[in-house]
Ligand binder design. Structure first.
Ligand code: NAP
Ligand code: G4F
Length: 326
């Protein structure tokens, strides 16, 4: 039975990946932090075979203990401060967790394997935020990085550390440069979920409007369950490398609003949206759209859910959840 350790198990991708690996017969170990993390019970309900291990990306001894407990064949590093907006307010912490945390985990694997790093396959959750102020469109593996936030800078550090451990120590280390991916499990702080939940609550008469920042930014949004499948595929290849994972189609926040309100039969979405300057970011990433040719050709990966289906699925799920709360 293959064994996998996932950091960030309580996040959106952690749960989808744990479900996928458990369905493939893996023994999954999920690393959770904190002395009483309320999200752990949700993970245990959704993936009953999971074993939770304690650990924090800022604490090397805890990473060594987690590796000792799990004895993994594969490690997926999904743990991060992942909200770009927060990264300006807690830049140092973001650097520690999202950036140096990657180095700490790679070092822990080097120590755990006694320098035989090739025997544990490693996935790093890199991000399209590294492209930031984009140098070319669409963005591919060879596109130079120009991060625009402390989060993007931290991810770029983690990305290059992963490449460096592959080149220095023969680590089987892959970076997945994933573009935005969403689902009904997306955190409420991210724009898609803020909108789909807001729309559901407006439709049910529980909320008057949705307060947003920049409506012009464009993102390449895909479905999270598709994207964790790409992570797994990367670690099954004969040689490790980096892959862009994206749908290749970009939509603006305005497109998101149109689609989400349309899902509940509302056309005049502008009457329900308020813009607040305080939600504008100090430096914006205007337009992300990825070219995932390498992932499609080498991994046989392709997205199964398009933008409209994704937003409809999220609105429907939020309608159900908010109706129960009424
Ligand atoms: P998420 O829902 O925000 O989950 C982040 C996870 O990181 C949570 O489980 C969180 O645990 C954990 N974490 C936070 N601080 C930690 C620490 N100090 N030590 C260990 N774990 C810690 O993020 P996601 O959407 O699932 O994304 C997964 C990964 O992919 C992240 O690294 C993210 O940056 C990256 N990524 C995401 C996207 C996307 O569109 N979703 C795109 C590209 C890359 P708590 O529950 O304890 O807070
Ligand atoms: O949903 P967002 O917060 O996602 P963002 O910044 O693109 O980051 C997400 O995707 C990255 C991959 O590219 C991940 F690496 C990262 O971890 C995270 O998962 O914001 C999307 C866009 C931005 O342009 C933002 O300015 O929506 C705009 N926006 C406008 N109003 C808003 C809001 N974003 C949020 N979160 N909240 C708003 O009220």
């Amino acid at each position: 039975m293959p064994r996998a350790l996932i950091t960030g198990i309580t996040g959106q991708d952690g749960i989808y990946l744990a479900e996928l690996l458990a369905s493939k017969g893996y023994q999954v170990f999920g690393m959770a932090r904190g002395q009483s993390n309320p999200k752990v019970s949700t993970v245990e309900q959704l993936v009953p075979s999971i074993e939770i291990v304690q650990g924090d990306l800022t604490d090397l001894p805890s990473l060594l203990s987690a590796l000792e407990m799990a004895q993994p064949d594969e490690v997926y590093n999904l743990g991060a401060i992942s909200f770009v907006g927060l990264s300006w307010k807690q830049a140092e912490l973001t650097g520690e967790v999202t950036g140096v945390g990657v180095l700490r985990l790679l070092e822990a694997i080097r120590i755990h394997t006694q320098n035989d790093m090739g025997r544990v396959r490693f996935y790093q959750a890199s991000s399209s935020e590294m492209f930031g102020k984009v140098r070319e469109t669409p963005q591919r593996e060879s596109t130079p990085f120009y991060p625009r936030s402390p989060y993007g800078v931290a991810k770029t550090f983690g990305h290059y550390m992963t490449v460096n451990y592959r080149e220095s120590y023969g680590a089987f280390a892959c970076s997945g440069i994933l573009f935005n991916h969403e689902s009904p499990r997306r955190g409420l702080e991210f724009v898609t979920r803020k909108v789909t939940r807001g729309v559901a609550r407006i439709k049910l008469g529980l909320q008057d409007n949705i307060v947003l920042g920049n409506l012009d930014a464009k993102r390449d949004w895909g479905y999270a369950a598709d994207y964790v499948d790409a992570m797994w595929r990367m670690l099954q290849q004969p040689t490790p490398t980096d892959y862009v994972v994206a749908t290749g189609v970009a939509h603006s926040i305005e497109d998101l609003l149109v689609a989400a309100f349309a899902a509940v039969g509302i056309e005049d979405w502008r009457s329900y949206v308020v813009q607040d300057q305080r939600l504008m970011r100090p430096a914006e990433v205007d337009h992300l759209v990825g070219d995932s040719t390498r992932a499609r050709e080498e991994l046989g990966w392709s997205p199964t859910v398009d933008f409209d289906q994704l937003i409809e699925m999220m609105v429907e799920s939020d309608m159900e959840a908010e109706s129960v709360r009424q």
